[in-house]
Design a protein around this ligand. Structure first.
Ligand SMILES: NC(=O)c1ccc[n+]([C@@H]2O[C@H](COP(=O)([O-])OP(=O)(O)OC[C@H]3O[C@@H](n4cnc5c(N)ncnc54)[C@H](OP(=O)(O)O)[C@@H]3O)[C@@H](O)[C@H]2O)c1
Length: 193
């Protein structure tokens, strides 16, 4: 089975954005050192327009598939971009869209957990990136095998939680911690089953 990895940016207090999900206040921590880390280790997590601006042409390293909820995907649609991660296989969970806006985007309209289990069972050297947002991550919380949490040195006080899920402790093991000069850090955890 390949892994479902929730690779996400959050505040110190665990919010992935303001109450509407906007995380632009975190962008200023993506400085030269952090960008070198991202482009070197997770180039596929940089969206198409960022790749173009930064001249990123690296092959995908960790993931070959990205899953987004429709609200997260809508941010790209609002910019006129129908395939924000065209270098990956793109999957969008939605109950409202009936026709995919792009040939590279597969819609999941029915059994989200079942489709993710099928994807995990595929034979591939690369994993599946769960991009977010909160609602879809909450529904897939028990399918997540790995967490990669980019934490930026800001406290939000309130906002959009990492998971839109009910209370239940789930155990994870810390596998890696990277600390950056600007106070950001990136933790990698694997699910203890
Ligand atoms: N900080 C970060 O790294 C990060 C990363 C990603 C996203 N975000 C933020 O997260 C925010 C969006 O999060 P969100 O929680 O509002 O929404 P979301 O999880 O992105 O999308 C929710 C939508 O997904 C669809 N959906 C959910 N469960 C489904 C299921 N079981 N089957 C089929 N479709 C399903 C529904 O779409 P329909 O309404 O079409 O039915 C639902 O409205 C954005 O503002 C974005 O900026 C932050």
């Amino acid at each position: 089975m390949r892994k479902l990895t929730y690779f996400i940016a959050c505040s110190i207090d665990g919010f992935i954005g303001d109450p509407q999900g906007d995380a632009t206040s975190m962008y200023r921590f993506v400085d030269a050192e952090f960008l070198e880390f991202l482009t070197g280790e997770y180039p596929e997590t940089i969206a198409a327009q960022g790749r173009e601006a930064l001249g990123v042409t690296a092959d995908n390293k960790r993931f070959d598939t990205v899953i987004q909820g429709r609200n997260s995907y809508q941010l790209a649609l609002d910019m006129g971009i129908t395939s924000p991660y065209g270098h990956l296989r793109e999957i969008v969970a939605t109950r409202s869209l009936t026709e995919s806006p792009d040939g590279n985007v597969e819609l999941i309209t029915g059994d989200l957990v079942g489709r993710v289990r099928e994807l995990k069972a595929e034979d591939s050297p690369r994993g599946i990136w769960l991009c977010g947002g909160s609602a879809v991550a909450g529904e897939l919380i028990d399918e997540i095998d790995e967490l990669i949490i980019k934490t930026y040195p800001q406290v939000y006080g309130s906002g959009m939680p990492m998971f839109g899920a009910g209370f239940e402790p789930r155990d994870f093991e810390l596998n890696d911690l990277r600390v950056f000069g600007n106070g950001a850090f990136v933790r990698t955890y694997s699910r203890k089953r």
